[in-house]
Ligand binder design. Structure first.
Ligand code: SF4
Length: 200
């Protein structure tokens, strides 16, 4: 894949990958047929004051110290020219061992089951950091502000990066070629899906 982008390049977002992981057909309905989801989005984003209030309650300096962070960049918007994905990273941490790592704040309680759904968000942020900062990335962190700022570490292996790149390529293929993807393997997700009536 060439490392250039122009106005014709399809660039997906990290949120697209989360939608794809919920069900690949979401990508088709959203991007190929242009049918948006209902307002009650699956990946709810807390806005404005609520987030602001939560931020005040979280001692970010303390969290970073615990992680042996020597420098950080906050709220960085990054684009991958190599892999055609973009997204915002809450914090890019530069660690004592010379590596860098994404830190994502979740304004939520820690739940084991949900933790795995965040995995690719962290891996993709790691991919963006690696390319844009030229640093090794082998882990990422999630801080749960409603669990007393509990920080969970997530290892990122080379095969995680490869898998993430495969997912990106799959999504771009759906969007560019209008390929109708397979349905989710979990029928439970279809029960309250907003595309249920048009999905065959
Ligand atoms: S109805 Fe099921 S298969 Fe179809 S888009 Fe929704 S979750 Fe995916």
């Amino acid at each position: 894949m060439e490392a250039t982008i122009n106005e014709n390049t399809t660039i997906i977002t990290i949120s697209d990958v989360l939608e794809y992981q919920f069900c690949p057909r979401f990508i088709y309905f959203m991007h190929c047929l242009d049918i948006p989801q209902h307002e009650e989005k699956r990946f709810k984003v807390l806005k404005g004051r609520e987030v602001h209030e939560e931020r005040k309650l979280t001692n970010r300096e303390y969290v970073r110290k615990k992680l042996h962070c020597i420098e950080k960049d906050s709220e960085v918007y990054l684009v991958s020219k190599l892999h055609h994905i973009k997204g915002i990273v809450d914090e890019v941490l530069f660690l004592e061992d010379g590596t860098a790592a994404p830190l994502e704040y979740k304004f939520a309680e820690y739940k084991e089951k949900l933790f795995s759904t965040y995995k690719y968000q962290i891996v993709l942020q790691g991919l963006l950091i690696k390319e844009n900062y030229g640093k090794e990335v082998n882990r990422g962190y999630i801080c749960y502000t409603r669990s007393n700022s509990l920080v969970k570490e997530l290892e990122i292996t080379p095969s995680d990066f490869n898998k993430a790149i495969e997912i990106i390529e799959d999504i771009i293929e759906i969007i560019e070629k209008g390929k109708y993807p397979k349905a989710t393997r979990s029928g439970n997700k279809c029960i309250d899906c907003c595309y249920r009536n048009i999905c065959v």
